[in-house]
Design a protein around this ligand. Structure first.
Ligand SMILES: Cc1cc2nc3c(=O)[nH]c(=O)nc-3n(C[C@H](O)[C@H](O)[C@H](O)COP(=O)(O)O)c2cc1C
Length: 345
């Protein structure tokens, strides 16, 4: 059961255990899964969620083409801390050969636990280059990409799918089967189409159809914003794990309550404001450990907004810190803000 005291790794809750799945040489961890989110789910945020019990982690999406050309930016994006294992490095591209060439480079440099193929990104800059969500139009190509990676390296492969490219052409089941037949060990499915998805809600039925169609574990994703939402997705789709994106932003602790069970909302008290600020300070520390100062300071700005949401005086703090480049100043201001919050309680 969730405890308001901040708990970290190894202090597991005592609810019912999650199904276990062996993925080649390792076991899919029990916790629910932080969604890959470019600009958000970087190594510091992943480490933080892992300390609260998140399961398998995914990198932000990385260019297979950039990696195969030995681009420093792409290769460095795949760097992770040992506490993030097991971790999947997610690649995007359009051709099987790009993935096949990139995979051994990533493995030689970082030895990740899995390579994930991004088949869902709806952003124009991906789709217009036949990458990301564009692949949902061609399940055979998805299978060929998985095969190419399996031939290139001895590593588990996963795919992250959407319902299809454009409604009503639902290709998710076909793509999942093609991926499994080509050797994929895990399938994540976001229940929305690539085109015309805005304003729609994640379709649990398609997630359920994918789960019924394959034997490998399936991760359901999309629009889960509460503990009861997690519970509903698991019971309605039969998925093995739930992947959480926007709900986890500014709330890395949600994984703690989910590590071994599916509590309902009223079983899970919110953290105290000062505890949230403590997590923010730890996040800042991890960010400064991983990135250079300007990058760390800029990346933390949106997180400060999320952590302090709803607190008195938070909008003034956010406005002020938007313009500050000195991390010591920012950290001092956040500590002062915590004192103010303490006086209020
Ligand atoms: C800011 C942002 C960045 C994202 N970046 C990626 C990415 O790099 N790779 C990926 O597969 N999906 C990416 N996604 C999609 C998420 O992984 C997830 O599928 C989506 O947010 C739906 O989950 P949610 O409703 O829980 O947020 C991103 C989503 C957001 C909001």
């Amino acid at each position: 059961m969730f405890d308001k005291k901040l708990k970290y790794k190894n202090e597991k809750s005592k609810n019912q255990p999650k199904p276990t799945h062996l993925i080649e040489k390792w076991e899919l961890p029990a916790g629910e899964i932080l969604a890959p989110m470019a600009g958000i789910s970087d190594s510091p945020f992943r480490r933080l969620t892992r300390r609260f019990g998140s399961g398998l982690l995914y990198s932000e999406v990385i260019s297979a083409e950039g990696t195969r050309r030995m681009g420093d930016v792409s290769i460095d994006m795949a760097r992770f801390d040992e506490e993030e294992r097991p971790i999947a490095i997610q690649l995007f591209g359009s051709e099987p050969s790009q993935f096949a060439d990139a995979t051994p480079i990533i493995i030689e440099r970082w030895q990740p636990d899995m390579i994930d193929i991004n088949c869902g990104c709806p952003v124009k800059r991906f789709v217009s280059r036949s990458c990301g969500g564009f692949l949902m139009q061609d399940p055979d190509l998805i299978g060929n990409i998985v095969s190419a990676v399996k031939k290139a390296a001895d590593i588990p492969v996963s795919v992250k799918l959407r319902s299809g490219y454009r409604k009503p052409d639902e290709t998710a089941v076909e793509a999942a089967i093609a991926a499994e037949q080509a050797g994929a060990s895990l399938i994540a499915i976001h229940g929305k189409y690539v085109r015309g998805w805005k304003g729609t809600v994640s379709d649990f039925e398609v997630i359920g159809r994918v789960k019924s169609a394959v034997n490998v574990p399936v991760i359901g994703n999309g629009d889960i914003l509460s503990y009861s939402g997690v519970k509903a997705m698991v019971s309605e789709t039969g998925c093995d794990r739930v992947m959480l994106g926007r709900w986890a932003c500014g709330r890395p602790w949600i994984f703690q309550a989910l590590e071994n069970g599916y509590p309902t909302d009223d079983e899970v008290p919110e953290l105290e404001a000062t505890q949230k600020i403590d997590v923010l300070l730890l996040h800042y520390e991890l960010m400064l450990e991983r990135f250079n100062v300007p990058t760390a300071v800029h990346r933390m700005r949106k997180h400060i907004g999320w952590y302090t949401r709803g607190m008195r005086g938070a909008s003034t703090l956010r406005g002020e810190l938007m313009r500050v480049e000195d991390p010591d100043y920012v950290l001092n201001r956040i500590s002062q803000f915590k004192e103010m919050v303490l006086e209020d309680t």
